[in-house]
Design a protein around this ligand. Structure first.
Ligand SMILES: CC(C)(COP(=O)(O)OP(=O)(O)OC[C@H]1O[C@@H](n2cnc3c(N)ncnc32)[C@H](O)[C@@H]1OP(=O)(O)O)[C@@H](O)C(=O)NCCC(=O)NCCS
Length: 158
């Protein structure tokens, strides 16, 4: 059973040890970087992807991220730093986590109407995962990333 849980002290230690494959870290970051970064960030919530009680991946939610501008004027939440640890990939974890996402966002951000994310144009695997989870490609390109252009995807919550 895959669930999303706000990172607490127990999950924190596990998330710090999680990482995608080294060549994919540029797409999302690794737990040791993105968790402390989220904790330093006033509006960013750190969320663990938990399977059978064990942290296996991570995502961050931020209702004040600059990419929320792509959903304006609708209130939105940005999905950032989404990854599944290399050891647990190709087991349906991302698919299950994204199935949980709308309910989790509605609970935490009842005013939000849209989830917005950016995905690198050289990351077709993630693009496919998001599209199959119901995200739509806005056709816009986010050009501010240090790792090149990114597609802007949105998921309507209602
Ligand atoms: C993208 C990522 C989160 C997918 O996680 P995952 O748990 O392995 O994905 P799942 O097992 O749930 O697979 C979901 C779908 O993607 C496909 N898929 C997953 N990894 C794949 C790969 N390396 N190559 C081809 N297809 C792949 C699966 O076949 C599955 O397809 P289906 O829904 O038709 O059955 C993971 O590869 C990852 O962490 N990548 C590095 C970080 C990253 O790119 N994050 C996105 C930042 S925007």
């Amino acid at each position: 059973m895959v669930r999303l849980r706000t990172v607490d002290a127990t999950l924190r230690a596990e998330v710090l040890g999680l990482s995608p494959a080294p060549e994919d870290v540029r797409f999302s970051g690794a737990g040791a970087d993105v968790l402390p970064a989220a904790e330093r960030h006033a509006t960013r919530a750190a969320v663990a992807i938990v399977r059978d009680g064990q942290a296996v991946g991570f995502l961050a939610l931020d209702p004040a991220d600059p990419i929320c501008a792509y959903a304006a004027p609708a209130p939105s939440v940005a999905l950032r730093a989404f990854f599944v640890d290399e050891r647990f990939q190709r087991q349906g974890v991302a698919r299950a986590a994204l199935r949980r996402l709308p309910g989790f966002v509605r609970d935490g951000y009842p005013e939000a109407e849209i989830v917005v994310l950016t995905v690198n144009v050289t990351n077709p695997v993630a693009m496919g995962v998001y599209r199959r989870a119901g995200f739509e490609d806005t056709g816009r390109l986010h050009l501010a990333g240090v790792h090149g252009p990114q597609h802007v995807l949105v998921l309507a919550l209602r």
